[in-house]
Design a protein around this ligand. Sequence first.
Ligand SMILES: Cc1cc2nc3c(=O)[nH]c(=O)nc-3n(C[C@H](O)[C@H](O)[C@H](O)COP(=O)(O)O)c2cc1C
Length: 442
Amino acid sequence: MPMTRRRLALGLSMRYLGYHAAGWRHPRANAAGTTSFAHYRTVAQEAEAAGFDLVFLADGMAVRARDEPEGALAQSSQIADFEPLTLLSALAAVTSRIGLVATASTTYNQPYSLARQYASLDLLSDGRAGWNVVTSWSDAEARNFGLEATPDYGARYRRAEEFVDVVTGLWDSWDEGALLHDKENARFLDAAKLHVLNHQGDEFRVRGPLSVPGSPQRRPVIVQAGASEAGMNLAARTADLVYTVPQSKDASIAFRKDLRERAASFGRDPDTIRVLPGIVPFTGATDQDARAGYDELNSLIPDELGRQYLYNQMGDLSGFPLDGPVPPPPAGAAVGSIAKNLYEMAQREGLTLRQMVHVAAAGYGARVIVGAGHSIAEEMLDWFHSDAADGFNICAPLLPVAISDFSRHIMPVLEKSDILTDRAIPALRARLGLPDIKSRYS
Ligand SMILES: Cc1cc2nc3c(=O)[nH]c(=O)nc-3n(C[C@H](O)[C@H](O)[C@H](O)COP(=O)(O)O)c2cc1C
């Protein structure tokens, strides 16, 4: 049985100026914000004040956008940003009680380096660090790391499984109380409380111990976002939070149930794994206000850029007319799970390719909801109470303005429901009601 009542977790996805492809052209946008510390400081501080549990930075280790169709690259703002761990380390100093979750790839990093970086972020932030584990999907990234193409699923996920085990092993290097700082007796540490991992695996050989001791959470929160068999198994075995982009409540219920069953089969209590669907809320005081905001942003999407979003999400559909039906995604779309979700939505809602372009460019694959604050909040509560979600990753269309929209129109309804987390708790794992995970040496 969980020790505490289930709470609705709220993340804010804060990459770039938000999710909308044309956000940078909006009159209220700071087009230079994607590489401005002041922009992200405002976003993180406003998110903290609004009551979000965490900010989340997605990432890719390349300029992934291609110039397809020609001209699209020059229209995109979602290609220029900071390295996430560096940015979140700076944000740790100007916030005090919001979780800081950075994405990092298991395909193009080494476990010792990442274990160290996240333990450092956890120390710098007094226990607010989280790691979104991804395996990376683009050839653009492969080409920055000595490869021609992305390694196949099997290879990526085999490496990811072992990678996470090495990282969590390294995080266990120091028992509590290992550091003595005893000047009198010349004992800086109790060496018996320092553990050498000695990992010898197929992918990695890592001796340890980690050189960063005493991180407050010891195990930063682990987030995962893969939705394939292999991705779900990795999440079920290792993740605390799972970020998904289901396009319907039923799909989310089925995903969550499947994930919980997998977690149980790995010997875990399913209540210790939380599913956070991404949603892109366009909101206002009324449905009409919300719709006006959505239409305004969509009217700013240049054609080439809109087409490019379909390339990214669903593969090359350039041969198909924009006012015709949405064809099935070609085999080998990069993020297969997102392409499948979008295609199913198009079929369910009878969308044309042009309408699909708007959805893809407005939400980058996450579910777009346009409506008055109370109706979006009620839908979120319904998902929570129907076991479709344990919280949400809010993919704001345009930052920072979407935070004030959310806190004015949606948050008051959520607050009244009395199922949000305790904002007085700063450490992320504790705030989310996640259990402490015992050290393997205890
Ligand atoms: C909701 C969601 C968010 C993701 N975010 C990232 C990201 O920020 N960076 C990244 O490299 N990959 C990201 N991915 C890609 C996954 O890590 C994975 O490589 C990809 O989804 C293919 O695996 P899958 O079929 O198991 O989903 C994301 C995937 C999903 C579904």
